[in-house]
Structure formats: C-alpha cells, structure tokens
Design a protein around this ligand. Structure first.
Ligand code: ADP
Ligand code: MG
Length: 664
C-alpha cells in the first residue's frame, strides 16, 4: 500500500519517510519503537521544578490567546486537578481554543514550573487519565516528529496491511514463537509485559535469522563463484615493498600474501582487512592494486568522502611514481569535460586505477576490465553499493577495509561471508597518544596545553558535535568554538573551520591549507573522522566527548600520533567520565571496540542508530549475541532444507534474500 493512503502524508513527508526507510504502509508496521516511556499521573504532593509531569483536571477558566511573531501564539488557561489548581501555557495550539470550555476534562503533559505553579504543556489530550499511558519512542529524521510518526503508525496498523512471515514454520514451532501479526501489534501497543517480551523475542530472532540466512547464502554463493585466475610475479611485489620508505609490519606482510593468494585463486576474493587507525591499511590496499595491475586488470578504490578519495589519490600517485601506471580520480564534483575524458579512459582501458567516491558506481561509468574493487571504511557503504561496484566487472576480486575493528568472534559471525585479515600491531616507532579527560571548567588548562603544541610548531584538531548551536546550548558547536579560538590564538595562528554542510571545494581548500600548515587549528565536526593524514598534527581536542561512541573517539584520536612526535588527545566532557576513561587506558582498537560492544551495543559500529541505515532495527548484538549464534546455526539448517525441499522452502529463501533493509 502507498504511503499516501494515510491521512496527512503529502509528498514532502513521503520524502522524509523514505530517508527513514519507510516506503510503504507495511514499512510503518515494522518500524519498531526503540524504547517506551511510561507516563503516570504525577503525584501532586511531590512536584519539583522542571519535572516532566502529566496532570488531569477540569478546565476552570477558558483560554486567553496571544499572538506573536509570524504565525506563533500562546494560550493560557487553568485547570482544577484533584487537589490543586494549575495554570497551563501551551504554544501554537490556538485551534484548540474552542474545545477548551469550562468543565471540559483534559490531560496536560509538560514541564512543571514550580515558581509560577504552572505547566508549560507540550501536549493536551481530552479526557482524564486512566492509570498510566505508554508512549512509544521511535527514531525520527528531519521534520518527522515522534508524535506524527506515532499517529502514522497507528493509522497504518488500522489498515488491512500485509504481514510477511519469514521464519519457517518448523522454527516457529521449535521456539514457540507467537504470531508475527500479534508481535507487531504488541510492539507498538504493549498492553501486557509478558506478551511484549514474547513479541520482542520473536522480532529479534526474525531479524537475526534473516540476516544470518543472507550471510550464509552469500557464503555458499561465493564458494561457487568463479573469479579471475591469474599469476602475479612475486619478485615484482617484493621489489615494490623494498622501495617503500619503511619496512612493513608482520601483519601487513601477512595480509599482503593472503590477498595475493586470493587474487591468484580461481574463486572470487571477498576479504575484509581490519586494522586500527594508523595501522597502515592503505599501503596494503595500494599493493593489492599494484598486484592487480601487474596481472593486467583495472582496479577501483572507493572512499566514503571526497577528502579521503583525494588523499588516497595523491598518495597513490606518489607511491606509483615512475611506474607508468595511469591513475585517475573520480568524484561527483568534477567538471563535465574532465569527467568525460576520465570515463572514456576507463572504458577503453587506458586508465589503470581509479580512486573515487560513490561516483565510481554511477550508471555511466563503464570499466574495460575491472579486476579488483576496494572499499575503504566498508561499514559506511551499504551492501548494494558494494555489489553495484562489483557488478561493474566480471566477478572482480573484492577487498573491504575497516578501521573499526570488531572483535573476532563477532566478525566471524557477522561477516561470515568474508575472509579476515587483521592488522593488530602498529608500525614501530609510534608513541601511543596520551589521552586525558577534562571538564569544560578546565578550559584554561586546555588552552594552555594547546598553546604549548602550537609553540612547538605543531597543529591541532578541535572537534565539536554541532555545526552551529541552534537550539541546543548544551553542546559545543564549530562556529562558536572558532570564535573562541580566534580570541585565544587568532593573533598568532590561523584557525579554520570545516563541516559537512560546506561545499566540497571549500572543504578541500581548507584541508589543503591545513596539510600545508597554512592553518594551525582546524575546527571540525566528525567529517575528519576517517583516514585524513596530517603528520604534523599532534593534538586533538574533542568537545562534548560524551556525544560520541568509544570507537568513534578512538578513530578521531587516530588523526594524531601519526609519526614519531608525541601526540595528545583531550576529551572534554562533563558527563560519562567513566566510559571516557577507558580511552586513557588503552590504545588498542580491538579492545576498545570490545568495550563499546559491552557498553553501547553495536550502534556505533554499524552507523548511528538514527541514521536509518543500521543493520538491525530491534536486535542488539551485545544483548542478543546468543540469539545470533542460534540464528546462525538455524540459517545453515534452513539452507540445507532449501536444497532438500526446494518446492517447500525456495520461495521463503527468495523472500528473505530480497528483503530490503538488512545489510549483510
Ligand atoms: P590506516 O590503517 O589508518 O589507513 P594508514 O595506511 O593511513 O593507516 O597509515 C598511517 C601512516 O603510517 C601513513 O602515513 C603510512 O605511510 C604510515 N605507515 C604505514 N605502514 C608503515 C610501516 N610499516 N612503518 C612505518 N610507517 C608506516
Ligand atoms: Mg585508511
């Protein structure tokens, strides 16, 4: 059913909903709340300033209305509750005025202002409360509010929507799961804790089961998938390694030989190269590209941002200097003429290696003979982006790189369809970054430490969670921080800001200035999170560090300490100190990700939960790891059954494979 079947949904709303992955009425029904808030009638004898309260009563005095600004209004009235009389203020609800007659029963939800003994209401409901209400909290995006979404979902649930049952009957019986439709109703309208538990159990399992069916299926497919068989000259590779300005670590070497074997083998490579920030994955990727080139094929490497793509491009040019290899850079923002020339060269095979953003998978990009596809920071791309790039060649080999290492046990299950190469040791000579946690009140100390680094001729990254502090004055923003840093250091040092809303050309310009040391302090949101490499930067200061997951902070920290200089990371936060302290104790990404798994679930590793492109909607890998293991076993059993009784199970398998939202 189309979304517009639902009252109140117009084309604009459809656009926002699509970004949340909601495209049909059915999608609403499987858009699960991530938590519930139980609201009870507040105890009138225990009201404190700023409490969020719910109070019911009878209208005592009809509303007075005042208008201000453009189309804004406030309405005041009073209610008599069981024991008290409250003033109520509510904004922009002028349309309710005529309904609020003396004697009307209403429930007011909002914030209690003790000083004026009034309620700043966010919501009005007609009628008195029965015991308590349960509010569902959904992840929302753009202009969609939780309230609107709740209404859409309720409307969807009242329509004759389709329910897709993807768990085969024998498993539903084995685990005595409740019916899918009932689970969906319960998850949105819980009315019984026991039943809610059953519903969650079912839906979590369903999610993990379909995920594991996909992974196991991919694994089987891949075994059958013939790839490119080739021979690569070992001596040429060794020679290349000899000419590097450093000697490779053992893990780097092992990864390279593992990749070489895969490239040469007759099956298609599907390998994940995991290693901490700064562990030296890029050079391994470059050597893979070189080996692929030696065997006569084109290679493509896809980076998540323009900045990174350009950086890889430049260092690849440097590394391949004098080798007569033709290397191109393809991004979304190229001039039409340049782009045409590049596409031509890719198609006729004169271009050997191309680095780029997801522009690499645009429809009009045609490769002559793509033999190797590399994606950097693989968890940022959905599967279909990866497969789209892969489909540009005839079963090209596939290498994914991730700087967010996940513990081996999880990796083996989650990425069961990939082989793993881990780089666990850092190149020698690196000094671990010294990390400290500071409060915002220690700003003087922070500035002093920054000053010391600047005086040594070094550069500094400053990170803030927001671009411009609009409503949220509890968090630091790039623009304000830049002003403050100008005040502190502006006379002597150059300060620049960088954030995701800037044009690519502006960002590039600023990054260039920073890499040339024309700018000494770079203030930024997390757009510099991945990959950027400026060796002279020795300090990173993260404001509102509590806003970030440990894995993200660890990645940010990886921007510094990139050579022999002692580097520093200052985490500024007035909250969650204990969690942040973990980073002061260890520099090992595998350990940190283990902790992150323990403390926050998997959210951080698979895209923030708000982003809509997370893998799981309801399952939490940390809490549901046992279920995941069951799901893995069951998925393998299921695939056996598909083979034995295709007429019975093939349809279900297809349905799971084509199911759109789960990434594998
Ligand atoms: P990442 O794994 O985060 O992609 P990079 O590949 O960017 O790390 O490597 C970080 C830095 O370390 C780069 O400047 C690179 O040239 C350097 N590097 C890589 N391998 C070694 C090594 N074996 N010895 C010394 N430096 C190295
Ligand atoms: Mg990298």
């Amino acid at each position: 059913m189309e979304l517009t079947e639902i009252k109140g949904i117009g084309p604009k709303t459809v656009q926002s909903l699509e970004k949340m992955g909601i495209e049909t009425v059915e999608d609403f029904t499987t858009y699960y709340p991530y938590r519930y808030e139980i609201i009870r009638r507040s105890d009138e004898s225990k009201l404190n300033q700023n409490d969020r309260i719910m109070m019911d009563g009878v209208v005592e005095q009809t509303p007075t209305l005042s208008f201000f600004g453009r189309r804004k209004n406030s309405m005041r009235f009073s209610i008599q509750s069981l024991y008290n009389r409250f003033q109520v203020v509510i904004y922009n609800r002028a349309f309710l005025k005529n309904k609020l007659m003396v004697g009307t029963k209403v429930t007011v939800i909002g914030k209690y202002d003790k000083i004026h003994h009034r309620i700043i209401a966010s919501e009005l409901r007609f009628g008195l409360i029965e015991k308590e209400t349960i509010e569902r909290v959904y992840h929302v995006k753009e202009k969609i509010t939780n309230k609107a979404l709740t209404q859409y979902i309720d409307m969807a649930l009242s329509l004759p929507y389709q329910v897709e049952e993807v768990i085969p009957d024998y498993l539903n019986e084995r685990y005595q799961f409740i019916d899918k439709k009932r689970s969906i109703e319960q998850i949105h309208h819980p009315n019984n804790p026991e039943l809610l538990k059953e519903a969650r159990k079912k839906l979590i399992y369903e999610e993990l089961f379909s995920y594991m069916v996909k992974v196991s299926h991919l694994k089987q497919m891949r075994k059958r998938q013939k790839g490119i068989e080739r021979v690569i000259s070992e001596s040429s590779v060794k020679e290349f390694i000899q000419l590097l300005p450093f000697s490779l670590t053992e893990d780097q070497e092992r990864s390279i030989w593992e990749i070489k074997q895969d490239l040469e083998a007759e099956y298609q490579m599907n390998r994940l190269l995991q290693g901490d920030v700064g562990s030296g994955k890029t050079v391994v990727a470059f050597i893979a590209l070189y080996m692929n080139y030696l065997s006569g094929y084109q290679g493509a490497m896809m980076a998540p941002t323009e900045i990174l793509a350009r950086q890889h491009y430049e260092s690849l040019l440097e590394q391949m200097h004098g080798k007569n290899i033709k290397i191109g850079l393809l991004t979304g923002k190229m001039k039409a003429k340049e782009r045409r020339a590049l596409l031509q060269a890719l198609e006729d095979g004169t271009m050997d290696i191309v680095i780029g953003t997801h522009a690499l998978i645009s429809e009009d990009v045609i490769y002559h003979n793509l033999g190797l596809v590399i994606t950097d920071e693989q968890h940022r791309f959905g599967v279909h982006q990866r497969t789209n790039l892969m489909n540009k060649g005839k079963s090209p080999d596939m290498l994914s790189m991730s700087a967010t290492p996940i513990p081996r046990t999880y990796a083996l299950t989650l990425y069961g369809d990939m082989d793993l190469s881990n780089i666990e040791t850092m190149p020698s000579g690196r000094k671990p970054v010294i990390t400290t946690v500071k409060t915002e009140q220690q700003i003087r100390e922070i500035l002093t430490e920054m000053y010391e680094q600047l005086e040594l001729g070094h550069q500094i990254y400053v990170i803030a969670p927001l671009i411009e502090g609009e409503e949220d004055n509890t968090k630091n923003d790039v623009v304000t921080l830049k002003e403050n840093m100008e005040k502190a250091f502006g006379k002597k040092y150059q300060i620049a800001a960088l954030h995701g809303k800037m044009k690519a050309s502006e960002k590039e310009e600023i990054m260039n200035q920073f890499s040339k040391n024309d700018v000494q302090i770079l203030i930024s949101t997390t757009v510099i999170e991945v990959g950027v490499d400026v060796k002279n930067a020795t300090m990173i200061v993260v404001f509102n560090a509590e806003q970030f997951g440990l894995a993200t902070l660890h990645q940010l920290r990886g921007r510094v300490g990139r050579n022999q200089l002692q580097s520093y990371c200052l985490l500024v936060s007035n909250h969650e100190k204990e969690r942040l302290q973990i980073l002061t104790r260890t520099n090992n990404g595998f350990e940190i990700s283990e902790e992150d798994f323990k403390m926050r679930g998997s959210g951080d590793l698979f895209g923030s939960k708000q982003s809509g492109d997370m893998i799981f909607k309801i399952a939490d890998l940390r809490k549901n790891y046992k279920t995941l293991l069951y799901a893995k076993k069951d998925s393998e059993e299921f695939l056996r059954k598909v083979k034995e009784e295709p007429q019975k199970y093939q349809g279900l398998l297809n349905q799971i494979i084509e199911g759109k939202r789960y990434v594998s």
